[in-house]
Design a protein around this ligand. Structure first.
Ligand code: ADP
Ligand code: MG
Length: 281
């Protein structure tokens, strides 16, 4: 079952001058078709300006296609009648947790989403508890979000999305502002939502290490899908990735260099453990 499907999606940002005349057009998405199945963990990679955020905003019906169609759980995002349902099914987590947290107390913040949806009070509390437990933040429920670390804040924003019981969560560079520990916490939480709760996760990131567990990776470049495949397939193509100005994980690069120098290794090594094993050490 498709949870997100795009067919021939093109999106143009149109700039206008003071008189309203068209001043310039940026084609941010250029004829993209893709199909994401319910329950998948999808990663989207790409250099700055490749169109990742613009695509993410289509999944949440913040932006509508200039051409083509996007469906979320079968609902056409261009149909205004679907927007309410689409926003409940597809949640978004953004880069900066400070812009997403509005409550004075953690549990209150997590409750805002379901409250706005009109969920009965008793059920709100139940959802807040479940969601905070799912991201490992339950013990902080009475705390002020201001006192939390970046990774903890981001997990609170994830709980806030989770409390709306979405089928799909789009993470748009959720770790870009975090330190390495915070990054690990957030990725662990995202993986747990996918593994344990079966929620479809679409993770947009710059960090290669964060995507090695993805079911499928899409690499975007200039508004198009330049590569797609499993992490192993994508990381086997070191030269193509470099041409797209993307780094590969250090271990993968090391394995690739060793292989070029004649060491017998399989393509697309993703972890230290795999490399050690492949070297027979
Ligand atoms: P990414 O998230 O991969 O960095 P974006 O989707 O933000 O890429 O941007 C894709 C292209 O669209 C870029 O060329 C960017 O400059 C342009 N763009 C993004 N947002 C706007 C906007 N609000 N108005 C005009 N152009 C935009
Ligand atoms: Mg972006």
């Amino acid at each position: 079952m498709s949870i997100v499907k795009a067919k021939d999606l093109t999106f143009e940002y149109i700039r206008r001058d003071e008189e309203g005349n068209v001043d310039g057009i940026t084609t941010a998405i250029d004829n993209v078709s893709l199909d994401i199945k319910e329950g998948q963990f999808i990663a989207i990679l790409g250099h700055n300006g490749s169109g990742k955020s613009t695509f993410a905003k289509h999944i949440n019906a913040i932006l509508h296609p200039t051409e083509g169609t996007v469906w979320v759980d079968g609902m056409d995002t261009s149909d205004d009648a679907n927007v309410w349902n689409i926003r409940h099914e597809a949640g978004m987590v953004f880069q900066n947790p400070d812009n997403q947290i509005i409550g004075q107390v953690v549990e209150e913040d997590v409750g805002f989403g379901p409250e706005n949806m009109g969920v009965p009070t008793e059920e709100i509390w139940q959802r807040v508890e479940e969601s905070l437990k799912a991201v490992g933040m339950y013990e902080y429920r009475k705390k002020s979000p201001n006192r939390l670390s970046g990774g903890q804040k981001q997990r609170v924003s994830i709980a806030g999305v989770l409390a709306m019981h979405p089928k799909c969560i789009v993470f748009d560079e959720p770790t870009a502002m975090l330190d390495p520990n915070g990054r690990k916490e957030v990725i662990r939480a995202a993986r747990a939502l996918n593994d344990v709760e079966g929620i479809t996760v679409i993770l947009i990131t710059h960090y290669m290490e964060e995507i090695i567990h993805a079911d499928k990776v899409f690499v975007m470049d200039k508004g198009k899908i330049a590569m797609e495949g499993t992490p192993r397939e994508v990381f086997s193509k070191v030269d193509e990735l470099k041409a797209l100005r993307l780094d590969v994980p250090q271990v993968t690069l090391l394995a690739y260099e060793l292989k070029k120098r004649g060491v017998n290794l399989p393509d697309g090594i993703l972890t230290k453990e795999e490399l050690v094993k492949a070297l027979g050490l």
